[in-house]
Design a protein around this ligand. Structure first.
Ligand code: NDP
Length: 239
């Protein structure tokens, strides 16, 4: 089913993994979608712009280019680009901390700031920040990552208070363990341990995260803002 209001949406890190699944699903829902990716290379059947979330000029240029492609101000942002640099805190370097925070948290803030300009011109819209179950559940070896993802909740809730009256919603999706390149690199024994902790007994699929994003971008979610929606097979259970 397509949404009644086609909303031009920019998806960061949309060239693979969860971002690509989100981009395809939003496209299927009838939204004009532009994928932001560092290489600028478009995935099959989607428009793409070059976008590095660690560079404010790149973010600005990506929005401008995306708006040229769709011929309208962007009406939505899915801030999905993210990285891990896992290490126990004792061994974690400043660079591990800075790079993860600059990409996952500050990168999302840069994109949300630029998106806000467009969404106000569009007289409303949607911002969805892709966080993680780890944000509030915690995870050994992921102090930098958990901090970056927990920060997104504060961003969404503060922005909700700033923009709520302008028909702009800002929400967080918190995936659990999802089958992508990011989890592929985990050792098999660790994956088995995680599976044992997940009530659903399995990792999720990128498409299952996309379904939650699709709802948040839709007209039906107009009264949902500042929410954290888990897509984690029950792992975090309300966190
Ligand atoms: P992938 O590693 O498969 O993809 C990460 C994406 O982010 C890639 O498109 C990558 O681009 C992009 N990216 C990284 N750094 C930048 C940057 N500086 N500027 C622009 N794009 C960048 O990860 P997933 O698809 O698994 O994860 C997507 C999001 O979901 C992330 O935010 C992640 O933290 C979150 N998440 C993932 C979970 C999982 O289990 N997989 C669980 C919970 C949350 P490039 O191709 O150029 O490297």
């Amino acid at each position: 089913m397509t949404d009644p209001t086609p909303r031009p949406v920019l998806v960061t890190g949309g060239n693979r993994g969860i971002g690509l699944a989100i981009a395809r699903d939003l496209r299927e829902a009838g939204h004009p979608v532009v994928v932001g990716c560092r290489s600028g290379e478009a995935p099959d059947g989607l428009d793409a712009v070059t976008l590095d979330v660690t560079d404010a000029e790149s973010v600005d240029a990506a929005f401008t280019e995306a708006e040229k492609i769709v011929g309208a101000p962007m009406g939505g942002l899915v801030a999905n680009a993210g990285i891990t640099r896992d290490q126990l805190l004792l061994r974690m370097t400043d660079e591990d901390v800075d790079t993860v925070l600059d990409t996952n948290l500050v990168g999302a803030i840069r994109c949300a700031r630029r998106a806000t300009r467009s969404l106000m011109r569009a007289k409303g819209g949607r911002i969805v920040l892709v966080s993680s179950v780890v944000a509030l559940y915690g995870s050994p070896g992921q102090v930098n990552y958990a901090a970056s993802k927990a920060g997104l909740v504060g961003v969404a809730r503060s922005l909700t208070r700033e923009l709520g009256a302008r028909r702009i919603t800002v929400n967080v999706v918190a995936p659990g363990y999802i089958d992508t390149a990011m989890t592929e690199e985990l050792p098999e024994d660790l994956k088995a341990t995680y599976r044992g902790l997940i009530p659903a007994g399995r990792f999720g699929a990128p498409e299952e995260v996309a379904a939650a994003v699709r709802f948040l971008v839709s007209d039906a979610a107009a009264y949902v803002s500042g929410a954290v929606i888990p897509v984690d097979g029950g792992l975090g259970m309300g966190h």
